[in-house]
Write a protein that binds this ligand. Structure first.
Ligand SMILES: C[S@@+](CC[C@H](N)C(=O)[O-])C[C@H]1O[C@@H](n2cnc3c(N)ncnc32)[C@H](O)[C@@H]1O
Length: 286
């Protein structure tokens, strides 16, 4: 199997924006390397062989033009499938996340700090290693808002990381879904790896879920997806249910606050890290 590889040097302050912009383009892998230019990061991006490269390049250029930068030089090549797990193993090692967790790659066996809960992860080709700021904001929010009797929906579960964390925080049951079949399989394997029997996984999205079901529904997605999917978050949440939404760039916050207000949700908290924002809001029913 072959992959399209795009390489582009990105000003350090635009790295998150470029990666965020591409998450709707089914980016299969992102490597951040040192760029020869100081203040820049060399992003190496992998896409499936049938991806629309013209559209992807347009999305990258949009981020540059939005911040008043000149069009970047983007180089293209086709590479053969590599062993993603072997590549990950070179750079991914155990680390603490949030106040409560300790993330352990499946191939390591470190001593777990006594005050932290281990999450064993093999990310494979799914998003959700716990290293990204958007995932860390979700963890921070879950640590504050998960309660023992909750039925929780994790939309876009990726590696299953947040679903596993929710159960470890005491949620009664978690339903984890992802549109990407590879992610759904990776999530299932990670959930088994962590011995969690209270999590159901499926390949699909919110439309497969009954209305008025969950006390908490979360999605670490993109701002566009949050706007598109918000009516569905509203539908599946119970009265007074909480939505926890991440993957939103700070300059997209007003658009998200707008849709939240239109559905008469109340924003309880806004958490930020780097360029990223996560919101916690509550559903009200008249
Ligand atoms: C940024 S990753 C988040 C992974 C993980 N939850 C985390 O926070 O680390 C977003 C995931 O959402 C999935 N996704 C995108 N659109 C979706 C949709 N409409 N319904 C369900 N999953 C979706 C993608 O396949 C991807 O795995």
């Amino acid at each position: 199997m072959s992959w399209n590889q795009l390489t582009v040097d990105v000003p350090d302050d635009l790295v998150d924006a470029v990666v965020g912009e591409l998450s709707g383009d089914a980016v299969a892998g992102v490597w951040e390397n040192e760029s020869p230019q100081s203040g820049y990061t060399r992003l190496v991006l992998y896409f499936g062989s049938r991806s629309n490269l013209e559209q992807i390049q347009r999305h990258i250029r949009t981020v540059f033009s939005r911040s008043g930068r000149q069009d970047p030089r983007i180089s293209k090549t086709v590479v053969e499938e590599c062993d993603w797990n072997e590549e990950w193993k070179k750079s991914y090692t155990s680390f603490p996340v949030g106040d409560d967790f300790f993330v352990i790659p499946s191939w390591e066996n470190p001593v777990v700090p006594h005050d932290r809960l281990p999450i064993r992860i093999d990310p494979g080709q799914a998003f959700g290693t716990g290293t990204h700021e958007t995932t860390q904001l979700m963890i921070e929010a879950l640590e504050r808002w998960v309660e023992p009797d909750q039925l929780i929906l994790d939309v876009g579960t990726g590696s299953g990381f947040l679903a596993i964390a929710s159960r470890l925080l005491g949620a009664k049951k978690v339903v984890a879904c992802d549109l990407d079949p590879v992610a759904a399989q990776v999530a299932y394997a990670n959930i088994e790896r962590n011995g969690q029997n209270g999590i159901w996984t499926f390949c699909g999205s919110l439309d497969a879920v009954n209305k008025d079901t969950f006390q908490l529904a979360m999605g670490n997605l993109t701002a566009d997806l949050v706007v598109d999917l918000f009516p569905e978050f509203d539908r599946v949440l119970k009265r007074h249910g909480l939505a926890i939404l991440s993957g939103i760039l700070l300059d997209q916050a007003d658009e998200i606050r707008g849709i939240i207000a239109r559905f008469h949700f109340t924003i309880y908290e806004e958490l930020t890290r780097g360029e990223w924002l996560a919101l916690i809001c509550e559903k009200h029913v008249a």
